[in-house]
Design a protein around this ligand. Structure first.
Ligand code: ADP
Ligand code: MG
Length: 741
C-alpha cells in the first residue's frame, strides 16, 4: 500500500499491521505428506563427525580424530578425500556455493562465497562445467582481509588474511532465498598466524584449559583423565518488533536501538508479560526459527516471554563451548532471518528501549572430563565431592584474580546501558553460591573440614554434599556470576556479544587458577601424608583468598557498590573504563603466559574495542541529530503553529490565558530541543577534532552522552504533547504492544 503524499507513514503502517494476516507456520513434512518429528530432520543440514565416520575410510577418519585431539596436520590425501564427500553431500542437498564462515572482530559472522563450479577444459577444447571442491579449498581460504578490523595489527601492504577450517565444529548449509551455501566454520588469521577473529582465542583457551585441568585432576587422583572440555549453554534474549514500524525508525535501522522515545504509561510494571502466553504471531515465528535451527543441528530447548513487552528468550541445550559458541552465532542469524520472513525485525541490542529491561545472554558454563562427567556436579562418592570442592575453589580463585578481565570481556556500548540498570547485574563481578555452599565453604574456612580425613568429611557433610540442585540454591537474579546447581551462569554478558570472547576469558581465568592449584597442591602433597587433607588445605587457601569476590546479597543496592569498593573489587562502570584493562600488562599477563593472546593481539583487541565504541556512539549521535531535525522539529513547529493560530482566534480572556500557557510550554520544549541540537552539534564537532581515539572515547562518554541525554528528554517530552497525527516516529506503545493485538 503506498501512502498518499502527506499521509502519516506511521499511521499507514499501523493500519497495515492490523489488517495483515499472520504468516502460518509450515511444519516439515515427508514427501508423502506425513508430519515429521524433530528427530527425523534434526541436523539434516549439517555434516559432522558422524557423517565422516560413515563416508570415509577408517584411516582417514582416524587422521581427523588425531587432528582434533592433537592438532596434527591433515595430509593432502585426507583433506582431498574429506572435501570430496563434503562436496557430494552439499551438492546433493542443492548447495551451489561454499564459504568459509568466520567471526572477525566486528563480532558478527562473515562469509565469502565461492561457487563449486569449475570450468573444465577437456583435451578436445570443449568447455564444460563441473562441480569441484578440493582439500585446499576446504581447509584454507584467503579473503581479502583489509576491510576487517585488525586493530592496527595488519598494515595495508600485508592485507592478506587466511581462514582455516575448524574441524571441531560441523559444516552446515544455509538456505536463503538466493540459494543454498555450504558454510565451513573457520578461524581467521593474518599472514604470521596472528588471530584476526574471536574464535581463535576461544580455541586456544580450550586447549590451555584442558592441559592444566588434566594435570590438576591427576594430582587430585583422577589418574586416567585425558581431556577436559568447557561446556556452554547461552540463553539468548531478544525483542521482536513489527518490521513496518522498525523501518520507520532511523535509529533502529542505524543502531538497533531507539535513541528517542517516550516511555509508555504501561511498560512492564504489571509484570504480565514474563512467562505469559506467547502471542500467536510470535509463536509462528518461534516454531519456524526452532525448525530452522533443528535442521542446522542446533539443540534449542526452551522459549518463553521475557520481562519486557515483546521481549523473548530462547535457550539451547548445552554443548562443548566451541560448538555452542558457533551455535549461538547461528541462533542470532536465524532469529534475524526468520523474523524477517514473519514481518518482524529481531532486535538483539542490549537496550533497545529506555526504561524497559534490556537483553542479556546468560552463559551457563561448566567443564566436563572425557568420561562426560560434569566437574561442577557434586558427586555421590567422597572422592567426587572433594574433586567438586577443589574445582569450585579453582573457579572462585580464577574469577577473583581475573574479575577485571572478565568485566572487560563483556564491555560494549550496548551493555553500558544495561549493566547496573535495574534489571541487569552491575558492572562489578562477584560470585553467588547460595546458602548451602556458602555454609560449607565457611566451615572449611574455619578449619573444621580442612584437616579432616575422608571418614570425617562424610560426617561433616562435606564428603556427601547434598544435591546442590536448583531447588537448593535460591536464585539470585541480581548476581553477575551465579552458581546454579551444577554450573555457573555468567549473567553479565550482553545479548549481542559474540560469546567466544567472554568464554575465552573465563576459560583463561580458570586455567590460570588451575595452574596455581597445581603449584600449591604439588607442595602440599609433599608435606602431607594424606592426599585428601592436602586437597582440602588447598581448597581452604583458595576459599579464603577469593572470599572478597563472593556476595550473596542484592547486587542492585547502592550499599553493595560501597562494600565492593571497600573489598577492593574492580568497579569499571563503563566500556571506556573497562577497556583499559586490556592495557594493563599485569591483568593480561596470564593470557600471554597461557598462549591465548599475544601482546600484539591484546593491543589490537583494545584498539578495535575503542574504535568500535567511538564509531557506535557517533552513529547513534548523528542519527539522534538527524531524527531531531527531520522528524521531531517539524512536528513541534507544526504543533506550535496550530497552538498559535488557536490563540489568535481566541474569544474569551480565560481561554486566551490558558492557551498562552500551552503555547509557552510548547515554546519551552522547542527551545530545549533547539538548545540540545546546538549543544550536541558543538560537542560532536569537538569530538571529531580529537585525533587520539582514547581521548575521543573519553570525550564521547563524559561530554557527548550527557548532552544527548538532555536533548532526548526534551524530544520525549514533545512526543507526549504533540498532535498524534503530526508525530511520524512509531511510538514505544505501538512497537511493543502490537504483538498482542
Ligand atoms: P535452569 O532451569 O537452572 O535455568 P537449565 O537446566 O534449564 O537450568 O539450564 C539452563 C541452561 O544451562 C541451558 O541452556 C542448559 O543447557 C545449560 N546447562 C545445563 N547444564 C550445563 C552444563 N553442565 N554446562 C553448561 N551449560 C549447562
Ligand atoms: Mg533469562
Amino acid at each position: 500500500m503506498t501512502p498518499k503524499s502527506g499521509e502519516n507513514l506511521r499511521a499507514s503502517a499501523i493500519k497495515e499491521i492490523t489488517m495483515s494476516p499472520i504468516r502460518k507456520f509450515e511444519p516439515k513434512k515427508s514427501a508423502d505428506g506425513r508430519l515429521l518429528s524433530v528427530s527425523e530432520y534434526f541436523g539434516e543440514l549439517t555434516f559432522g563427525l558422524g557423517h565422516m565416520r560413515e563416508k570415509l575410510s577408517r584411516e582417514i577418519y582416524n587422521q581427523i580424530l588425531q587432528t582434533l585431539e592433537k592438532g596434527s596436520k591433515l595430509s593432502d590425501e585426507a583433506s582431498n578425500a574429506i572435501a570430496q564427500v563434503v562436496k557430494d553431500w552439499a551438492v546433493s542437498h542443492g548447495a551451489t556455493h561454499f564459504c568459509h564462515w568466520f567471526q572477525p572482530m566486528t563480532g558478527l559472522t562473515a562469509e565469502k562465497h565461492d561457487s563449486f563450479v569449475s570450468i573444465h577444459d577437456s583435451k578436445y577444447s570443449e568447455i564444460s562445467v563441473i562441480e569441484k571442491f578440493s582439500g585446499g579449498q576446504l581447509i584454507q581460504g584467503e579473503p581479502d582481509a583489509s576491510s576487517f578490523p585488525s586493530g592496527g595489527m595488519r598494515s595495508t601492504f600485508e592485507a592478506r588474511g587466511y581462514t582455516a577450517w575448524d574441524p571441531g565444529s560441523p559444516l552446515f548449509i544455509i538456505e536463503g532465498t538466493a540459494g543454498k551455501t555450504l558454510c565451513i566454520p573457520s578461524v581467521f588469521m593474518g599472514y604470521h598466524g596472528q588471530a584476526l577473529d574471536l574464535k581463535t582465542p576461544l580455541l586456544r583457551s580450550q586447549e590451555a584449559l584442558s592441559k592444566k585441568a588434566v594435570e590438576f585432576l591427576k594430582l587430585v587422583g583422577d589418574v586416567d583423565v585425558k581431556r577436559v572440555v568447557p561446556t556452554l549453554g547461552a540463553e539468548q534474549e531478544y525483542f521482536l518488533i513489527d518490521k513496518r514500524l522498525a523501518c520507520l525508525r532511523p535509529d533502529i535501522i542505524m543502531s538497533g536501538r531507539t535513541v528517542v522515545g517516550a516511555g509508555p504509561p504501561r511498560g512492564q510494571q504489571l509484570e504480565d508479560h514474563y512467562f505469559g502466553s506467547i502471542p500467536t504471531r510470535v509463536k509462528a515465528f518461534m516454531n519456524e526459527a526452532e525448525q530452522d535451527l533443528y535442521r542446522l543441528g542446533v539443540p534449542v530447548k526452551t522459549r518463553h516471554n521475557e520481562v519486557a513487552p515483546s521481549q523473548f528468550e530462547l535457550a539451547p541445550i548445552f554443548e562443548d563451548a566451541n560448538i555452542s559458541a558457533d551455535h549461538n552465532s547461528m541462533i542470532m542469524e536465524s532469529l534475524r532471518r526468520v523474523a524477517n520472513r514473519h514481518g518482524y525485525t529481531c532486535l538483539l541490542h542490549e537496550k533497545p528501549f529506555a526504561g524497559l529491561n534490556g537483553s542479556g545472554k546468560h552463559c551457563n558454563w561448566s567443564m566436563r572430563n572425557d568420561k562426560g562427567e560434569n566437574l561442577l556436579e557434586p558427586g555421590k562418592t567422597p572422592h567426587q565431592n572433594i574433586r567438586f570442592l577443589a574445582i569450585l575453589s579453582i573457579v572462585l580463585k580464577g574469577v577473583y584474580n581475573h574479575a577485571a578481565t572478565l568485566r572487560a570481556s563483556i564491555a560494549s556500548p550496548g551493555n553500558d546501558h544495561r549493566l547496573g540498570a535495574n534489571e541487569a547485574p552491575p558492572a562489578i563481578i562477584s560470585v553467588f553460591l547460595g546458602s548451602l555452599l556458602s555454609d560449607i565453604l565457611e566451615s572449611i574456612e574455619n578449619g573444621v573440614a580442612a584437616s579432616a580425613t575422608e571418614a570425617e568429611l562424610i560426617e561433616l557433610n562435606v564428603g556427601s554434599i547434598p544435591n546442590v540442585s536448583k531447588d537448593y540454591t535460591d536464585r539470585n537474579r541480581t548476581s553477575p556470576f551465579a552458581f546454579t546447581g551444577n554450573k555457573f551462569e555468567f549473567r553479565a554478558v550482553g545479548s549481542t556479544t559474540n560469546i567466544s570472547v567472554p568464554v575465552a576469558f573465563l576459560n583463561a581465568a580458570v586455567t590460570d587458577a588451575f595452574d596455581e592449584g597445581i603449584e600449591r597442591l604439588t607442595v602440599l602433597l609433599r608435606d602431607k601424608s594424606n592426599r585428601d587433607e592436602a586437597i582440602m588445605e588447598m581448597v581452604k587457601e583458595f576459599v579464603i583468598e577469593s572470599k572478597a569476590v563472593r556476595f550473596e546479597g542484592d547486587n542492585y543496592s547502592d550499599q553493595w557498590k560501597q562494600e565492593a569498593e571497600a573489598r577492593g573489587l574492580p568497579i569499571l562502570a563503563s566500556t571506556a573504563e573497562a577497556l583499559k584493562v586490556y592495557k594493563d600488562k599485569d591483568a593480561m599477563s596470564h593470557m600471554t603466559r597461557l598462549s591465548i593472546l599475544s601482546p600484539d593481539e591484546i593491543e589490537s583487541r583494545y584498539n578495535v574495542g575503542v574504535e568500535r565504541y567511538n564509531k557506535s556512539i557517533l552513529i547513534e549521535m548523528q542519527t539522534l541529530l538527524e531524527i531531531t531535525n527531520t522528524h521531531v522539529m517539524p512536528a513541534v513547529e507544526a504543533q506550535l503553529a496550530l497552538c498559535q493560530s488557536t490563540l489568535d482566534e481566541a474569544l474569551t480572556d480565560n481561554y486566551k490565558s490558558k492557551q498562552k500557557e500551552r503555547v509557552s510550554e510548547m515554546e519551552t520544549v522547542a527551545v530545549g530541543i533547539m538548545d540540545g541540537l546546538s549543544d550536541l552539534t558543538a560537542a560532536l564537532e569537538k569530538s571529531y577534532s580529537l585525533e587520539n581515539e582514547e581521548e575521543q572515547m573519553a570525550f564521547l562518554k563524559n561530554t557527548v552522552l550527557p548532552v544527548s541525554d538532555s536533548l532526548r528528554s526534551c524530544v520525549d517530552r514533545a512526543e507526549i504533547i504533540v498532535d498524534d497525527s503530526l508525530w511520524v516516529l512509531p511510538k514505544y506503545r505501538e512497537m511493543l504492544f502490537t504483538n498482542d493485538l
